[in-house]
Ligand binder design. Sequence first.
Ligand code: F0G
Length: 458
Amino acid sequence: MEFPYAEPFKIKSIENIKRSTLVQRKQWIKEAQYNLFNLKSDQIFIDLLTDSGTGSMSDNQWAEIMKGDEAYAGSRSFDLLKTNVQRITGYKYLIPTHQGRAAENVLFSALVKEGDVVPGNSHFDTTKGHIEFRKAKAIDCTIDEASDTSVFHPFKGNIDLNKLEKVFKTYPKENIPMLIMTVTCNTAGGQPVSMKNIRETSELCQSYGIPLFFDGARFAENAYFIKKREDAYKHKTIKDIVLEMFSYGDGMTMSAKKDGLVNMGGFIATNDENIYNKATVFAIMYEGFITYGGMSGRDMGALAIGLDEATEFDYLESRVEQVQYLGRKLMAAGVPVQQPIGGHAIYLDANKFVPTIPRDQYRAQALAVELYIVGGIRAVEIGTILADRDPETGNNRYPDLELVRLAIPRRTYTNNHMDYVAAVIEQVYQTRHEAKTGYEIIYEAPILRHFTVKLRKI
Ligand code: F0G
């Protein structure tokens, strides 16, 4: 007999969460101007806004917090982090930063200039923001299958090599400072990139002399999918897969708040001494001295341990399979979700869920608000609001997909919470035909508007 699956950890410390009533939630979300970022966490029962910095640390990580060395320069905790980053990624040079976008800011300050283009597989919004802020352009070369939520493709984060080669042929080499390969690809639905695609992209980059950088926020989850879905890697350890993945690139930026299993932190790692030297100048200006770069010693220690734990198969199995568990429940109820289910989140397909709400009334946002009102669940819109306006025309950019993301924090909620979430979504799905109108914007910032947007119900 096969026994049911059980997590490879037990719970040492708990945090209480608050229930609320429908009447309270209607009032609170109105006060928050229908922007879920404006809610207080006490107003939320299950918080699936993000898996970034919201996970639980292990006893070993907490122990390392006590051992943190807060020396301004040459801290022991930095050495521990550097040793583990070198062992796990294979990259020699390390610059800690306070989070992922800070790593982008430092690296792009050194490499990206006005008029450049940076190809990649659906750049994350902060990555795109940092590219466009420098008057450069992010070019999306993801395979077409990624934009059809009902197509099953095992590696929807893959780069289309024909699209990429077209970019390399259209623009001069001096205007392509790098390619960014995001693993897993958050914007495409937490979808992995295959080892084959990483290898072939790397070969193409090398033949045109273009550096390849990884956005490694969820690199360990990507390695898990490679092990599960790419035959040649079935018997390899996660750590071996990770080393091979990174061997095809020149370096990486990292948001350690994801697969670093910490609440705050990030880094740049690279084997290119020249790029490292250029980036350190900006690291010192924006982040701090090169042996702490915006992180305290204790946090670097916890990250060093977190990277090791995140690249263990047992941990990854419990993490990714919990997300799959929720996904399977929703699919069984007929709810339209991005398939296959990604590594860190479920993405509801709002175009299919609430086609009755006009697109210019932000249907994905309307769906996210409804999940909060009905069940106290906080999700996030990955649709037209997030896509910002075209910097040239000022018009809304309508992305191929209007998604609502339910990101699952690592080692934090139980499958009972997942059952609750599934039940709420199923109920909203059953009443979807009643939804006819959405929202209009009454305030927005010129860039990354989704964080501070204010909305009015139509
Ligand atoms: N790259 C990817 C793929 C990300 O998902 C994120 C953050 C970043 C870079 C930026 O890192 O937040 O540490 O500055 N994603 C979070 C999310 C915000 O909710 O998906 P950061």
